[in-house]
Design a protein around this ligand. Structure first.
Ligand SMILES: [Zn+2]
Length: 125
């Protein structure tokens, strides 16, 4: 009887540990996700930052420069260029970016949208 009880306690401990590890991983992922932000550069100059890539509601805004206008969309942890009056539209076709270090470049408008944050290897403790 005592032996069975000991065995049960052992397994309860193992499962508790597993649950704790899983929770820690989930929390860590959430934490790193929240830290993602984006920077928009025009002709090499930082003109706007997006602090949170995961707003409750998706939204768009226009980035107007002397070279043209790009419409930037922010939703569910990603950034994309939903519209542009540039010649080649490569920035629009590029689609969404959602990881730190990724960027969308609009060469005709000299515009760069880059995701920054600690979702890279830095987040691993
Ligand atoms: Zn473009």
């Amino acid at each position: 009887m005592k032996k069975v009880l000991k065995k049960n306690i052992f397994w309860i401990a193992v499962f508790s540990l597993l649950v704790i590890v899983c929770l820690a991983v989930i929390l860590l992922q959430r934490f790193t996700k929240e830290k993602l932000c984006a920077e928009i550069y025009s002709e090499g100059k930082l003109i706007r930052t997006i602090d949170d890539l995961d707003p409750g509601k998706p939204y768009s805004f226009d980035v107007k420069t002397s070279l043209g206008t790009n419409t930037v969309r922010v939703e569910k942890g990603s950034v994309s260029v939903s519209g542009s009056d540039c010649k080649n539209k490569i920035c629009v076709y590029h689609g969404k970016i959602s990881k730190a270090g990724e960027s969308i470049i609009c060469a005709p408008h000299k515009l760069i949208i880059r995701i920054t944050g600690s979702s890279g290897p830095d987040a691993v403790v």
